[in-house]
Design a protein. Sequence first.
Length: 176
Amino acid sequence: MEEKSYKEYLEHITTFIFDVDGVLTDGSVIITTDGEMLRTMSVKDGYALKTAVNSGYNICVISGGTNEGVRLRLKGLGVTDIYLGAHNKIEQLNDYFSKNNIKRENVLYMGDDVPDYPAMKLIGLPCCPQDAVPEIKAISKYVSHKKGGKGAARDVIEQVLKVQGKWNGNFDAKYD
């Protein structure tokens, strides 16, 4: 049986799940002299996340990291389902699915590294940034041409919203 093109999944996506480090960031941290770890996130990814939230999609972030600045940034974009300190991502995934009555086949999950692997095997459309590790690329139905933290989340969100007729240049949306 021939494998379906990832594009055949796009029209059925209702839910986006993202890892943080390596997906919404480029995976690097700047460590200050007092030990604080700083990350950078793309405003283009932020705009796409805000647009998806405003269009009624479920957005969930599951990360092993515990940076509260990340939580504040995501909440500012309207993302309310944020699981930080997640070391067994399947636990958070199952909790999120049961709380929100989400079907796995309607989920796009973007991860970049081995901790994402078990969760990505359970969902309809596993995706990854261009610079993901080989194990994640191997199970992804779509590998973005963009790197983590450099527009990979925007790439997949925009594709889904365009296919579903919801990416119409909502120029009144407010974002930071």
